[in-house]
Design a protein around this ligand. Structure first.
Ligand code: FRU
Length: 501
């Protein structure tokens, strides 16, 4: 084992002791110590889910990238494993960037990741070159392949950047060949996805531009994912430097979903529909895997690059993943719902039916509807169809000073998440809006709170909004407000740390 890996393994064991379990999310994976970004190597191997992540253990800021590691039986309770990869080779000395994992034909856990190396240029500056590398392991210890990199800069097609060529996603086709897609940037600064193929996982040939982009969707495409689901082929990718379009997409780093058809014999993907994956503030670079019972599950980094540097780097940890989400394709749209395993965490059911809310009544608080580890479903209907209400608001994580709000304006079909009053002291993004298809003032939404986050699943998962919140954990209030009149059904469970037996 290299000195870097040994040091990192020692460091995380010593320093994780300073973090109380109650300072972490209850059922979302967070960084063992120090900094976390993208999920990596999300896979089911040897009877457990494995999740690796972009990791800088030594402080809560991005730094030379390692791969942190955790395993889980139910996607909600995670057990940390020793850091899996450290930037300890000439070809990855600048960092072991994102990648994916799968079981190989010999039953080993095969990781493919981007090795980054910094090279001095003639003018004295440094540039970081990106190449794809392999590590093979048993679910705990991983050895880097002696002939790394397996896809070097010399295999990048003409006209593509050698500095933006990263985040391989590997899978095996029905013809038994390995395939791998990689995020890339062409000479006109347009994000693209390149496809490579291999018979053994070690020797790769370039095939084609798997998904192109005329420049509309950002400048560099990070962390591509690909899978077949419900008769469609789906590409999920995270473009950098996007421009917004109405309520779709937004400025900066985004994650988009491209639904289309795929022909394996020619390796062609034909895009048909594009849309935003998460309409909230914090969600990026997701990876998917298939559960043993055939569900497609997605987990993203619950953060946003533009907001992720305002904290104190001496905090013991920074970064958490989103809830694992079960995916479906309905009418060329990606639907997402919390994994069904979350139901095992529910206790203390409370339900209210046909609650009448009106502006005369002011703010409504319902007994036992409160908390910071919550699974709550809310359905609202106009009380009078002739007289549509103007606005409906739920405030969560609330005390006398702070709250995070979900707002619905039925006349415009706009929903909004706002963490402006969530105790944030930074001038970063605090609000996001989305247009929903609903026009009748009827809305169904499921809210999952896990201490420092809120994830909202609208209309059975047709749209999702996720945000982290810094609010003190004692702010547990939930209250309802309306301008006009609505009828509301609310059901709520408390969510517990460990599954109830
Ligand atoms: C996405 C990303 C990846 C890269 C990694 C580096 O968030 O920029 O493209 O591999 O983070 O940490």
């Amino acid at each position: 084992m290299s000195q870097q890996l040994c040091d990192a393994r020692k460091y995380e064991i010593e320093h994780e002791k300073t973090i109380k379990s109650t300072d972490r999310p209850c059922f979302h994976l967070s960084s063992r110590v120090g900094w976390m970004n993208d999920p990596n190597g999300f896979s089911y191997y040897n009877g457990q889910y494995h999740m690796f992540y972009q990791y800088h253990p030594y402080n809560a800021a991005w730094g030379p990238m390692h791969w942190g590691h955790a395993v889980s039986n139910d996607l909600l309770s995670w057990e940390y494993k020793p850091v899996a990869l450290a930037p300890d080779e000439l070809y990855d000395a600048f960092g072991c960037f994102s990648g994916t994992a799968m079981e190989d034909k010999d039953g080993n856990h095969l990781i493919i990741y981007t090795g980054v190396v910094s090279r001095k240029q003639a003018d004295g500056s440094n540039k970081e070159y990106q190449q794809q590398c392999i590590a093979i392991g048993d679910g705990e210890n991983y050895s880097k392949y002696e002939s790394n990199p397996v896809i070097s800069t010399s295999q990048i097609p003409e006209g593509f950047s050698v500095l933006d060529f990263r985040d391989p996603k590997i899978w095996k086709g029905t013809d038994g060949e390995y395939r791998c897609i990689i995020g890339a940037r062409d000479k006109d600064d347009r994000g693209q996805i390149l496809l490579y193929k291999s018979k053994d996982g070690f020797h790769w040939q370039y095939v084609n531009v798997f998904v192109g982009n005329d420049g509309y969707f950002g400048k560099m495409w990070e962390c591509p994912d690909f899978f077949l689901l419900d008769g469609k082929a789906v590409v999920i990718v995270s473009p950098q430097e996007m421009l917004p379009e109405g309520f779709e997409y937004r400025n900066g780093n985004n994650t988009i979903c491209i639904i289309g058809d795929y022909e394996e014999s020619t390796d062609t993907f034909i895009p048909q529909a594009y849309h935003t994956v998460d309409y909230g503030i914090d969600f990026y670079a997701p990876e998917t895997t298939e559960s043993p019972d055939g569900r497609r599950i997605m987990i993203g980094w619950m953060q946003n690059w533009d907001n992720s540097s305002g904290h104190d780097i001496h905090e013991p940890y920074f970064g958490q993943m989103s809830l694992p989400r079960e995916l479906k394709i309905v009418g060329n749209r990606l639907y997402q719902l919390p994994v069904s395993e979350l139901k095992e965490r529910r206790k203390d059911f409370v339900e209210y039916k046909d609650v009448l809310l009106s502006d005369d009544a002011g703010e409504i608080v319902l007994k036992d509807i409160e908390g910071r580890t919550v699974d709550m479903e809310v359905e609202i209907f106009p009380d009078d169809n002739e007289n549509m209400y103007d606005m409906f608001t739920i405030s969560m994580a609330k005390n006398d000073t702070f709250h995070t709000d979900f707002i619905f304006r039925p006349k415009e079909s706009i929903v909004e998440i706002s963490r402006k009053y969530s105790e944030s002291r930074r001038a970063t993004v605090h609000q996001r809006r989305a247009e929903i298809s609903n026009k009748e003032g009827v809305l169904k939404a499921r809210f999952i709170l896990d201490r420092y986050s809120v994830e909202i699943f609208l209309e059975d998962g047709r749209q999702v909004m996720s945000t982290t919140i810094p609010t003190d954990i004692d702010a547990k209030g939930i209250c309802f407000n309306v301008v006009g009149k609505v009828k509301m059904n609310v059901s709520k469970y408390e969510l517990v740390e460990n599954a109830l037996l």
